[in-house]
Design a binder for this molecule. Structure first.
Ligand SMILES: O=C(O)CCC(=O)C(=O)O
Ligand SMILES: [Fe+2]
Length: 378
C-alpha cells in the first residue's frame, strides 16, 4: 500500500506516521516467541522497578527527578531538560517485553450493560480490569471527569497559547521557548506531517515542553498512567506524532471512519486516552466522536476512499449489523479510552457552530511501539 500524506490529512483527520513510499501500513507486530517470564515488580510508574537495563533505569530515574523538579518549581528550563530526557530515555529501546501473556484476559466488567452501550466509569474505577476489560468486551470505555475543571481550563489556555506561537507557514520558529519548542531531530516527511497537524489546528504535545510536563502529570494524577502501566505490565511510552493537543473547527468536512491500528500496527500494544476539553458530542454544536460501540477484532477494509486509512460507511454499517452507531455526549474533562481496534471518526454535521478542544494521547508498551513513531518515556 502506498503512503500518501496529503491524502491522509485533510479529509480524514487521520494522521498516520510518515513512511517511505514503499512502506506498508499493515505493520505486523513482533513475533510472539517464547520468552522467559519476567514479572513487573511494581505498578508504581515513578519507580525504576521495571526490568530494563541499568543504563536505561538511570535515565528513567532522571526523568522522574526532572518531573518532580518541574512540578515543584515550574521552571521552564527544567521543562526543556525533562522533554529532552524523555526522548533520550526512550531512544533505541531494545529491551525484552515484560508481558509474554498477551493479550491479557479480562472478564467482562459490565455484564449487565446492554449490548451497544459504551461503559462509563468515574475516576474511582481506573484500573486495568475495569477499563481495559471494558475495551476488550465493549470496544471502549468512557471515564467521566478524568480532568478537573481547573485542569481543563489550564489545558485549553495552554492550547491557545501554544497555537499562537506557530503557524503552518512557520511551524519551527527561530526562537523556540519552553512553551513551543518543536523537536527538530526528524526528517522532511515528519516535518511535513507537523505542518499538516498545525494546519488542522493541532500541536504535537511533545513540541511543548511545559504543556507535556503538565498534561502527563495530570494524567498520572488522575490514575490513568498507572492503569495503562498495569495493562501493559511496563511503563508506557508516548510519541512525537501521535499525542496531540487538538483544536477542531466546526467545519463540516468528510471525516473518515478508521481504526488507528490500520496505521499504528494491528499488533502494537497501545491505549489511547482521548480527553474532551470542551462539551461536545450528543446534540452539542461541537464536533464529537462517532463510534461503533462494539469490540471488533479484525482490521476492516480501508475502502473509504478518504485517504488510505479510511473505511467506507457501507463497511462500517455492515460490520455494525444491529448495533447502532453512537455519538456520546462528553462534558469537558470526560475521556474516552480505547485501543487500535475501535472503529470511530470525528463527528461533524453541517449545523455545527463551536470549535472543540481535546487531547489525544496514544500510549504504547515500549517493546511493541510502532517503529515510525518517535518515542518518549511517559
Ligand atoms: O479528535 C478527533 O476528532 C479524532 C480523534 C481520533 O481519531 C483518535 O483519537 O484516534
Ligand atoms: Fe482515531
Amino acid at each position: 500500500m502506498q503512503s500518501n500524506l496529503a491524502e491522509h490529512s485533510d479529509v480524514t483527520g487521520v494522521l498516520p506516521p510518515d513512511r517511505g513510499p514503499t512502506d506498508s501500513y499493515d505493520v505486523a507486530g513482533p513475533t510472539h516467541e517464547e520468552r522467559p517470564e519476567i514479572a513487573a515488580t511494581s505498578n508504581d510508574t515513578t519507580t525504576t522497578a521495571f526490568p530494563v537495563s541499568p543504563e536505561r533505569r538511570s535515565l528513567y530515574a532522571e526523568v522522574d527527578s526532572l518531573a518532580a523538579e518541574f512540578r515543584a518549581t515550574q521552571d521552564p528550563d527544567v521543562a526543556i531538560a525533562l522533554a529532552d530526557k524523555r526522548f533520550e530515555a526512550a531512544a533505541g529501546y531494545d529491551e525484552e517485553p515484560v508481558r509474554t501473556d498477551w493479550p491479557p484476559v479480562y472478564e467482562d466488567p459490565f455484564p449487565d450493560l446492554r449490548k451497544g452501550r459504551i461503559p462509563e466509569v468515574g475516576t474511582d474505577r481506573l484500573d486495568a480490569r475495569t477499563v481495559a476489560g471494558g475495551i476488550k468486551h465493549r470496544g471502549s470505555c468512557i471515564v467521566r471527569g478524568l480532568f478537573s475543571p481547573e485542569q481543563v481550563k489550564r489545558t485549553v489556555e495552554s492550547i491557545d497559547r501554544v497555537a499562537s506561537l506557530r503557524t503552518e507557514e512557520e511551524p519551527e520558529p527561530d526562537e523556540p521557548d519552553a512553551w513551543y519548542r518543536p523537536y527538530l531531530n526528524i526528517g522532511p516527511m515528519r516535518r511535513g506531517l507537523r505542518r499538516m497537524v498545525i494546519r488542522d489546528g493541532g500541536t504535537w504535545l511533545a513540541d511543548s515542553p511545559i504543556v507535556a510536563a503538565r498534561v502527563l502529570d495530570d494524567l498520572r494524577q488522575a490514575g490513568v498512567i498507572d492503569l495503562v502501566t498495569e495493562h501493559f505490565g511496563e511503563r508506557p511510552f508516548f510519541s512525537l506524532q501521535k499525542s496531540t493537543l487538538r483544536y477542531s473547527e466546526p467545519v463540516h468536512n468528510f471525516a473518515g471512519w478508521h481504526q488507528d491500528g490500520s496505521f499504528l500496527g494491528w499488533n502494537s500494544r497501545t491505549i489511547n486516552v482521548w480527553v474532551a476539553l470542551s462539551d461536545c458530542g450528543g446534540d452539542h454544536p461541537t464536533p464529537g466522536l462517532e463510534i461503533l460501540p462494539r469490540r471488533i477484532e479484525r482490521m476492516l477494509d480501508q475502502d473509504g476512499g478518504l485517504g488510505s486509512a479510511s473505511i467506507s460507511d457501507a463497511t462500517v454499517l455492515r460490520t455494525a449489523g444491529p448495533t447502532s452507531l453512537v455519538v456520546p455526549e462528553f462534558k469537558a474533562g470526560d475521556a474516552l479510552i480505547f485501543d487500535q481496534k475501535l472503529v470511530h471518526r470525528t463527528h461533524l454535521f453541517p449545523e455545527m457552530t463551536k470549535p472543540r478542544y481535546a487531547l489525544e494521547c496514544w500510549l504504547f508498551a515500549p517493546a511493541h511501539a510502532p517503529e515510525p513513531y518517535v518515542p518518549l518515556l511517559v
